[in-house]
Design a protein around this ligand. Structure first.
Ligand SMILES: C[S@@+](CC[C@H](N)C(=O)[O-])C[C@H]1O[C@@H](n2cnc3c(N)ncnc32)[C@H](O)[C@@H]1O
Length: 232
């Protein structure tokens, strides 16, 4: 049988899954992640694998059949976590979607989130918006990794329940950046360019949105200073 190998992005997500976890993978698509975690005996069955679209649910079922995992997976056509309770799983994975969609799925769940839950979130966009939302809604980022896949850099967030102080704006955009961590520095460079572009993009509108213009310009400068400091 063909070996199931995860992409670097999904492997980074998998690295945060606690040994023996019961997972719910929301937006599972081909269900490669739960299948791989089951095959390596990293998680406890059943692995809940949900998707909102029929095509992906069909693909998930094919993966389960192919790897002999049909009786170990609960594959469902489901919108987010709708209709489920917090006892379903201790680890929720939401990867490969926009940050706003991820926040919306968590917000619309009727789960009572407790310290026993881990959320592993991998936004494809709007990571800043997702991180701010998490802190405003009683979650915090307990760990994070940066990963490069197909030439693109991504953040993978390991999130826990609990009130913590909101990190500063630059950290919300870029996460923790440590000297000597090449991918983290590269990510900060990316954010620096993005902030500069956004500030420039306001261009003529800067008089219409002076506060936003000022905020972005200041943040872009902070990012640049931090980069120089870390590269010294
Ligand atoms: C790009 S795929 C990501 C697949 C996989 N999680 C990964 O990271 O490679 C996004 C999947 O999320 C599903 N999706 C989007 N919104 C959803 C929602 N509200 N509930 C469940 N699935 C959703 C889509 O149908 C799609 O299959």
């Amino acid at each position: 049988m063909e070996i199931l190998k995860l992409s670097p992005r999904l492997a980074a997500v998998a690295s945060f899954v606690p040994q023996g976890a019961v997972i719910a993978d929301v937006g599972t698509d081909h269900a490669y992640l739960p299948a791989c975690l089951l095959l390596s005996e990293r998680i406890t069955p059943p692995a809940h694998a949900f998707d909102i679209n029929e095509g992906p649910v069909e693909s998930a079922r094919k993966t389960a059949e192919k790897y002999g995992l049909a009786d170990k997976m609960d594959i469902r056509l489901n919108n987010g976590l709708a209709g489920t309770r917090e006892t379903l799983a201790d680890t929720v994975i939401i990867a490969g979607m926009g940050g706003e969609n991820i926040a919306d799925i968590i917000a619309r769940s009727s789960w009572r989130w407790t310290g026993r839950h881990t959320l592993i979130l991998q936004p494809m966009s709007k990571a800043y918006e997702l991180c701010s939302w998490l802190y405003e809604n009683g979650f915090y980022i307990a760990g994070e990794a940066k990963v490069k896949d197909g030439g693109e850099l991504y953040r993978v967030l390991c999130v826990k329940t609990g009130r913590r102080e909101m990190p500063d704006e630059l950290e919300l955009y870029a996460g923790v950046i440590r000297a000597g961590e090449a991918l983290e520095l590269e990510y900060l460079e990316k954010i620096c360019r993005k902030l500069q572009k956004a500030a420039e993009g306001l261009g003529a509108a800067k008089n219409a949105q002076p506060e936003r213009y000022e905020k972005l310009t200041k943040l872009a400068q902070q990012a640049k200073n931090r980069l120089e400091e870390l590269k010294r």
